[in-house]
Design a protein around this ligand. Structure first.
Ligand code: GRF
Length: 200
């Protein structure tokens, strides 16, 4: 006689995506996890900006969203709210505020960021969006790329998980470089998050 086997259904890991902008990376991450059987789901979208595209994406995708307020963020990191809905991992996708220490300590190695250049170069405070691409071009770099890294207490400083490169052409502009970088981000961010989730 064949013995009955117990199938243990693993609970899906719950991702919170923090974003302040248009949310094209957030959209890709949602498509990757929420439309496929990936063992994780985007359970929350967090933004500091009420007028941002990412909130429209959350609404369209039926994902709860949380609009955060600066004082409270630096008071308790919205930790009780995140714990209440059992968030396992935080993914920053164009999130403009520095993550408070108490959140970093509670989610050790469970907060990931994507930076639109090859860290440790071209990172730090005020290095975001086109400022990064302008600095890269001004420095005469021959290549740029993306860096996916853990978040620690210092801007763009946590352990690097993954980098991908693109070349910089002679006639490159901030716009053409931004397009190349976005393409790399969309290609790689979700699958790297998936790998990190295996150990989270
Ligand atoms: C990305 O380029 C990312 O590297 C940076 O912010 C940008 C967000 O873009 N941290 P989007 O809102 O996902 O299009």
């Amino acid at each position: 006689m064949i013995k009955p086997t117990t199938i243990v259904q693993q609970e899906k890991k719950r991702i919170a995506v923090f974003a302040s902008g248009t949310g094209s990376n957030a959209q890709k991450i949602i498509e990757h996890f929420n439309y496929g059987n990936k063992g994780a789901t985007v359970a929350l979208v967090v933004s500091n900006n009420t007028a941002t595209g990412v909130l429209k994406i959350a609404e369209k995708e039926n994902i709860p969203s949380l609009i955060i307020e600066r004082n409270k963020f630096y008071e308790d990191g919205y930790l009780p709210a995140l714990k209440k809905i059992r968030i396992d991992i935080i993914v920053l996708a164009g999130f403009m505020w520095k993550v408070p220490d108490q959140l970093i300590q509670s989610y050790q190695n469970k907060i990931i960021n994507i930076h639109p250049a090859l860290l440790p170069k071209f990172g730090g405070k005020n290095m975001y969006g086109n400022f990064v691409h302008e600095a890269v071009l001004k420095a005469g770099e021959k290549e740029s790329g993306i860096t996916i890294h853990y978040v620690d207490e210092i801007y763009d400083h946590g352990k690097i998980i993954f980098q991908a490169k693109c070349t910089i052409d002679d006639n490159e502009t901030t716009e053409t470089l931004a397009d190349k970088i976005h393409a790399l981000e969309h290609e790689f961010y979700s699958s790297i998050i998936e790998k990190v989730l295996l150990t989270a």
